[in-house]
Design a protein around this ligand. Structure first.
Ligand code: GLN
Length: 540
């Protein structure tokens, strides 16, 4: 039977609940426990796949093909495990199954009510995920902030679980302590209110993680302890860190793992976080930069530039750079600007390498294609991810194979040369507007060409990678494009689907239909990112 730790957020969103959850999981894992992590999100969407990445951040894809919140990616990177679809739920998903079960007469004629039936469904799902992962400890991050209307049923489920098994359930409040400029003092009142609000849902936190720009001092620790009824030793200081990967060490230094273990009356082993400490040390000491451009379109919201839409790409670049003892310097490029000002493309020459990540639709695509022409012709290392591979095929067809009018049918179904076209299995779905969770999703095998750069990078003949797409390389153009020098470096085992293209003779030009970024971890950078960064360093 697993123990359960609910992590809820107070004061405001974006304080790093996901990192705190993953970091707690990590230090408990280092104590010898099998840990899994669940994300519950309050919105009605059944999955994260239909949400705008600018507003919601990246859609993370699991091996088993779920489209989840980016926090699942954080858990995978910290815990170094593959998370399953059972570990992700939304209000929409929960309600959907309650309603389906009601329609199937599974409630035996009872009146099906919001309480208790919805929290009961949540509890069942949490227990199922814990069981499937065979976890000793299950972390459950509750999306949103305490006090908002939307996540109340998840808090109710947490309260009910605690009521029936008080010794097996802990609550962590991740709060925020502002230091207003004009006052110059760290303020605890919002945290006190957050704890009170949590109390009104019938929950008292066992641990408070106090996020702030600075470390928490003793007087404030005492104040929070008294006002929130939490032992002083369980108020954990979480100042802004140089890197998120340092957070487990910050927690460990405050003995958090042992505090949790004692509360659960468990017995832990002595820690084995050495490799992690080593990588954090590298992160904090590397100086020599490697400069990578990422050209996409999901950056700006109002006056702010956010990069959350590409978080796994960003992390994968970092992992690979650290592997080579380099400081990753990432330049965000809006591909629409390449369209408005052709001179801007020349800025790519100041980079050591370029990545074009996944994407959809027409906005910015011509800028991406022009940028790819630039890196192909000027021998700048290039890594294309999904749309970045499709754009590479279009660019090669137009400029190296002379196929003017090449395009993806995603943008122009009537184009002259549909070098990228919709997959057979997808056609009907798109016609019927059946969009939710219907792309080609999750892990599929890919067989590598023996002479390819990819084969060398992986050191294996066949690999498994995660996908999220509806369109694919059009095999009618296979002969002409390969004759003109494009290498089909990876294909599905039945050879029908092109998974990787390469341009031989280029320092590094690899583009994949899949998303390698989802499988990169701090201690095991993804082979394609690793060798891309190596080529970038060599260009430097
Ligand atoms: N829009 C493209 C497709 O659906 C690429 C998707 C992606 O980059 N994830 O095939």
């Amino acid at each position: 039977m697993s123990k359960f730790i609910f992590v809820v957020g107070g004061v405001m969103s974006g304080v790093g609940k996901g990192t705190a959850t993953a970091s707690m999981g990590k230090i408990l894992q280092d104590k010898g426990f099998k840990v899994t992590a669940i994300k519950v999100d309050p919105y009605i969407n059944v999955d994260a796949g239909t949400m705008n990445p600018v507003e919601h951040g990246e859609v993370f894809v699991t091996d088993d093909g779920d489209e989840t919140d980016q926090d699942i990616g954080t858990y995978e990177r910290f815990l170094d495990t593959n998370i399953c679809k059972e570990n992700y739920m939304t209000t929409g998903r929960v309600y959907k199954s309650v309603i389906e079960r009601e329609r199937n007469l599974e409630y035996g004629g009872k009146c099906v009510e919001v309480v208790p039936h919805v929290p009961e469904e949540i509890i069942n799902r949490i227990k199922l995920a814990a069981e499937k992962a065979d976890a000793d400890i299950t972390m459950i991050e509750v999306g949103g902030t305490v006090g908002e209307y939307q996540n109340i049923l998840f808090l109710e489920a947490a309260r009910m679980m605690h009521l029936s098994n008080p010794k097996d359930v802990l609550f962590v409040l991740v709060s925020y302590l502002p230091i207003p400029d004009k006052i110059g003092e760290m303020k605890t009142k919002p945290t006190q209110y957050a704890a009170r609000t949590l109390n009104s849902a019938g929950i008292n936190p066992d641990i408070i993680v106090a996020r702030s720009s600075k470390a928490l001092d003793e007087p404030r620790k005492e104040k929070i302890a008294v006002f929130c009824s939490v032992e002083k030793e369980d108020i954990i200081s979480a100042p802004d860190a140089d890197t998120v990967y340092e957070v487990p060490m910050i927690f460990k230094d405050q003995d958090l793992a042992n505090r949790i273990i004692q509360k659960f009356e468990l017995k832990g082993k002595d820690g084995n976080g050495d490799k992690w400490e080593k990588i954090v040390n590298t992160i904090k000491t590397v100086k020599e930069p490697v400069k990578v451009g990422v050209a996409g379109k999901y950056f700006s919201t109002g006056d702010f530039v956010l990069t959350d839409a590409y978080i796994s790409v960003l992390e994968a670049i970092k992992h690979a750079a650290w592997f080579h003892d380099r400081k990753p310097e990432i330049v965000w490029m809006n591909s629409e600007e390449f369209e408005q000002d052709k001179e801007k493309i020349k800025e790519i020459n100041n980079l050591d390498g370029l990545i074009i990540p996944g994407g959809f639709g027409s906005r910015g695509i011509e800028g991406k294609i022009d940028a790819i022409q630039y890196v192909r012709e000027n021998k700048v290392p290039y890594l294309g991810l999904c749309y970045g591979m499709q754009c590479a095929v279009i660019e090669f067809a137009r400029n190296a194979a002379g196929l003017d009018g090449s395009q993806t049918t995603e943008i122009d179904p009537e184009c002259e040369h549909p070098v990228i076209h919709i997959m057979d299995e997808q056609r009907e779905k798109v016609t019927k507007s059946d969009y939710g969770g219907t792309m080609r999703l999750g892990a599929y095998p890919c067989v590598l060409h023996p002479d390819s750069v990819s084969r060398k990078a992986y050191g294996e003949k066949e690999v498994s990678e995660r996908h999220r797409h509806r369109y694919e390389f059009n095999n009618s153009y296979r002969d002409i494009l390969t004759e003109k020098g494009l290498m089909l470096a990876g294909r599905s085992p039945d050879r029908t689907l092109v998974e990787i293209v390469e341009v031989p003779g280029h320092p590094f030009f690899v583009a994949s239909q899949f998303h390698p970024e989802f499988k990169s971890r701090p201690l095991s950078p993804h082979p394609l990112f690793r060798d891309f960064i190596k080529a970038a360093i060599e260009r430097k």
